[in-house]
Design a protein around this ligand. Sequence first.
Ligand SMILES: [Zn+2]
Length: 395
Amino acid sequence: MTARLPPEPILIAVLIVDAHLDLSMNALEWNRDFTRPIEEIRAREQALTDKPDRGRGTVTFPEMRRGGVGLCVATLIARYVAPRNPLPGWHSQDQAWAQTQGQLAWYRAMEERGELVAIRDRAELERHVGHWNDRPPSASAPTESRAPTFALRATAGKPSPEPRSEAPIGYVLSLEGADSIRTPQHLERAYAQGLRAVGPAHYGPGVYAQGTNATGVMGPGGHELLREMERLGIILDATHLCDDSFRDALDHFRGPVWASHSNCRALVDHNRQFSDDQLRELIARGAVIGAAFDAWMIVPNWVRGTSTPQSAGVTLERVIDHIDHICQIAGNARHCMIGSDLDGAFGREQCPSDVDTIADLAKIPNLLRKRGYTEDDVRGILHGNFLRFLRDVWG
Ligand SMILES: [Zn+2]
């Protein structure tokens, strides 16, 4: 069993990036107010049974700050389903578009409250990293060697612009499944609203691409989407693409590619995971790949609703196995990051047993050090690889 962490801030010295969180989905579909303490959110869900993770959520803004998770990729998500598609979803693309616009309105509301800050370009990225760095923003671009280590509160030389506990969390807006993009003009509008990454598919068949558990290529509509993404400079998120669509997408897209929350097929054999060949191809394209924390993707033979993190031996160490597998394929630690998905329709019942809240991502640095990863490697996995990728993409 995991013990509850002490309520005071963890004085972690390193910025942690989480490359995949479904924040607005939780706010509007799970009715979770992420500004509130985790205990309060759990308590209000005790009598609810409509979602599998009720009362067991792991993500809030205070918990993110406590763990040093000061920057994330946050999604818009709304699926279109054709008449015989059994998956949950909207019956028209216009409804899906409207759903994502509602989700965007929640992100805006969180920006107005100072809980979140949108990161849309290089200047905003550097300003935010500088802020979390506990240093005044610098006009000159920080180099990789000037890693964004922020000073411990107790030893900070100068006060930060506002207390750490209240600092806005940066978010890069992403779209998980592109069904809500009814026309190329909708993508252009979404870009103007801050959208910077798109995963063309989610679970099942999609309008533009086929996702997890589906088969088939992207086709002409998908290729048009990719061309428009390329023109706008939108990152392709390869996560969730089925093997056929993955092949098709990489053949037709010349822009930047990442995989926000994906693990290794060599360790857990499922089409949701990347084969070693796919990982090699992503690495050759300069991708960064986020380690996902959904238990069934971490260890083999997970049985939904039966297995527990304890019975299946799901721990952060087993997540590191996936990170290490990718590093061994790459021959370096420059292509891994964290993409926890910790609020992706599962909670403590289906994530590593040593994760009580997202603040426990702060345990990862020491686990990596124990495996022999250098300080540079550790910083790269926690934030450096993500920042390097975005700095390249955004110039
Ligand atoms: Zn996902």
